[in-house]
Design a protein around this ligand. Structure first.
Ligand code: DAH
Length: 344
């Protein structure tokens, strides 16, 4: 019995010394010191020892039990320290490394231009009025003085839907009708709005033409609005947009919904009128179509054209953006190529 106890002691110590992980430390404790552990069982069986030897045996067994408990505690601490050290080394974190940059989005160049336009026109008293992209043939054309089969319809190649009479708007001008009917209170109230939005045309997509693009329409209705108001307003806009010295010129043109109609050019902001690639050596850049609202259109909006008058204009934010940044292909705008978009 004595010999058995000493052998167990030696074995237990040797086993403990070889242990390098805390799971094995726990298993060792269970094996020797647990409720059914080898040392525990020996102590429990002390009754079988002859009476005269019992005290000495019990004393030695308790010594061994305590020694093993101490050795266990030391081993446990050691193994835990080693494990921590290993963990720190294997899973080392270099806290001096810079963080990973989170890519942030930016505003689309067209959105940037549109917001600049909103700011300028807001400063001049024009509120944003939004109308829908899906329009009726009637509002997009007829009410704008372009009756069915009128040759002027050829100015806009139209996307039709499967619903007769429902189309994608080819320009923002139908918004004029909506604004007049909606805000005019049966032709009794003046109006000063801009109407931004996406337009759609059934066109061959090329470097110079897209099948979708923005327009920014303007509309002012009042009792005594004259062409000088239109010219003054456009000039004031050009100065805000292109600088205090921006020169503007007007060319006679034709639109069914305005009379008279004109096209507006601004002196090239790049070459100052000398001629360069951006203005195609013309010295001038077209920035808008404009005119005095046609009496028929006023009437369709609910206004009496003998008492009320107004001016309207339409500009192209993509064209403006292209001129500003010398972009030579409109197809970049909706291609979602980050190499393009990230430049703005
Ligand atoms: N709607 C015309 C177009 O898409 C642009 C335009 C011209 C709008 C003259 C106007 C205007 O309001 O007065 O080509």
């Amino acid at each position: 019995m004595h010999q058995q106890l000493e052998t167990l002691y030696a074995e237990a110590l040797a086993e403990l010394d070889a242990i390098t992980d805390s799971q094995a430390v726990r298993a060792w404790e269970h094996k020797y010191l647990g409720q059914k552990g080898a040392v525990t069982l020996i102590l429990r069986g002390i009754g079988q020892i002859p009476k005269e030897e019992r005290a000495a045996f019990g004393k030695r067994a308790n010594e061994i039990k305590e020694a093993l408990a101490e050795a266990h505690a030391r081993r446990e601490t050691l193994v835990q320290e080693q494990e921590l050290a290993r963990d720190l080394e294997e899973n080392a974190v270099d806290v001096t490394l810079p963080g990973r940059a989170t890519p942030t989005g930016g505003l689309h160049p067209s959105t940037q231009t549109l917001r600049q336009l909103y700011d300028i026109w807001a400063e001049m008293g024009f509120q944003v009025y939004r109308s829908r992209d899906v329009e009726t043939d009637e509002t997009n054309f007829s009410l704008l003085n372009i009756p069915p089969h009128h040759p002027a319809r050829d100015m806009w190649d139209t996307f039709y839907t499967t619903t007769p009479g429902v189309i994608l708007r080819t320009h923002t001008s139908p918004g004029q009708i909506h604004a007049m009917r909606d805000l005019g209170q049966n032709g009794t109230q003046p109006i000063r709005v801009i109407l931004p939005g996406m337009c759609y045309r059934y066109e061959q997509v090329t470097a110079r033409s897209e099948m979708q693009f923005h327009q920014l329409e303007g509309l002012a209705i009042g009792r005594n609005i004259r062409m000088s108001d239109l010219k003054g307003t456009i000039s004031a806009f050009a100065r805000r947009m292109y600088g205090a010295n921006a020169a503007v010129r007007y060319r006679a043109s034709y639109f069914p919904f305005t009379e008279p109609s004109m096209e507006v050019d601004v002196e090239c902001f790049l070459c100052g009128g000398k001629g360069c690639r951006v203005c195609k050596y013309a010295g001038w850049i077209e920035i808008a179509g404009a005119g005095m609202v046609h009496p028929v259109v006023l009437q369709n909006g609910g206004y009496d054209p003998t008492e009320w008058s107004g001016f309207a204009f339409g500009m192209g934010p993509e064209r403006m953006t292209m001129n500003k940044h010398d972009i030579n292909d409109i197809r970049y705008f909706w291609q979602n190529d980050l190499r393009f978009l990230e430049q703005f």
